[in-house]
Design a protein around this ligand. Sequence first.
Ligand SMILES: Cc1cc2nc3c(=O)[nH]c(=O)nc-3n(C[C@H](O)[C@H](O)[C@H](O)COP(=O)(O)O)c2cc1C
Length: 360
Amino acid sequence: MTAPAAAWPATRLARALGIALPILQAPMAMAATPALAAAVSNAGALGALGSAMLPLPALAAEVAAVRAATSGGINLNFFCHPAPVAGAAAEAAAAAALAPHHVALGLPPPAPVLAPPVPGFDAGRLDWLLAHPPRVVSFHFGLPPGDAVARLKAAGSAVIATATTVAEARAVEAAGCDAVIAQGWEAGGHRGAFRLEPADRGVGLLALVPQVVDAVAIPVIAAGGIGDGRGIAAALMLGAEGVQLGTAFLSCPEAATAPAHRAVLAAATDCDTHLTAAYSGRPARARITAFGSAFQSAPVAGYPLPRELTRPLVAAAAARGIDDYAFHLYGQAAPLCRPLPAAALVARLAAETAAALSRS
Ligand SMILES: Cc1cc2nc3c(=O)[nH]c(=O)nc-3n(C[C@H](O)[C@H](O)[C@H](O)COP(=O)(O)O)c2cc1C
C-alpha cells in the first residue's frame, strides 16, 4: 500500500473512509470493474464498482471478486431517482421521436419500454448492504428515503452522496451523510443533480467547492475536471478534503472502457463534450453527437427508460462504424488521461499532488 506523501494534509475524510490517499476512483456504471477497484484500493486510494445498474446477484459476484483481490475498502454506488412515468401515451411519443432515426439506420420501429431493467436503490439493495456492509456506500441523483442512511451507518458503512449545488450539499448533510461529493459542471458522466431547476445552471468546480465547504460541516470531496495532481492540489487548496476522479481512470487497462471509447479519449479535446439527456433521460456529459444534440434537453422519455429505448440505435450505429449515435461519457479534462495501470496512475497522482502542494 502506498504511503501518503509527506506534503499531503491528513484529512478527516481519509480517516473516515480508512484510506491513505484521499483519492476516490469514481463508481462508473458499465466502466468500473472489480479489477480496477481492487487495484485502486491496493494502491492506497478508494476503489469503487459501477454497481448502480447491476442486478443483486451480479453485484454480489463483483463484490466477491474485489474482496478476493484486496483487503482494502470498496465503495458501492446506487442511484436514487423517481420511478419513470411510463404509459401508452408516453411510450407512443417516445417511439415517434425515435422512429426517423430507426428508419435512417434501417431498423424496425422502436419497441416500447415500460419499466427499467434494474430498479434504482430499493429495499432489496438496502437489505443486501446491511448484511454485507462495504466500507463506503455512495448515492447519485439524490438520497435514499427513510432511515436508510442511519441504518447503513449503524451497519458500519460510511455514506456519501453527490451534490451539484450548495442547496443539494446542505440536503446531503441534513440526511446524515459522512461526506458530500461536490460535482462540478466539468464532470464526465451523469450530473448527480437532484433538485433540478428548469434550467440546470451548472456551477463549475472552482466556484462550487469553496461555497460548499463554507456551507456544510462534513468533509467535501471535489469531482469534475480533475485529471492530474495539479487539479487535486487545487481542490485541496479550495478546502476539499478529497477528490473523486472518473474520466482519468477510463483509460486504465483495468477499466471496461470499450475500444472505440478509448480511441475517442485518446483524441479528446477540452471542448468536444456536451450535456445531453438524449440517451438516458438525465443530463450526462458525453462526446458531442448529432443524436445527443437532437434531444439534448428534451429527452425521449423519463430516466432511465431512454437507455433501453436507444440501445438498438447505439448498437446498430456502432456495428456500422457510424459515430452519430455513440454514447461516450467523459469530462472536460479527458485530454489529461494517461493510459496507465490503475496502481501506477494512483502513484503518479499522489506524487504530482505532493509536488504541487510543496510548490504552494
Ligand atoms: C463513464 C462515467 C460513468 C459514470 N458513472 C457514474 C455512476 O455510475 N455513479 C456515479 O455516482 N457517478 C458516475 N459518474 C460521475 C463520477 O462520479 C464523477 O462525478 C465524474 O467522473 C467526475 O468528473 P471527471 O470525469 O471529470 O473526473 C460517471 C462518470 C463517467 C466518466
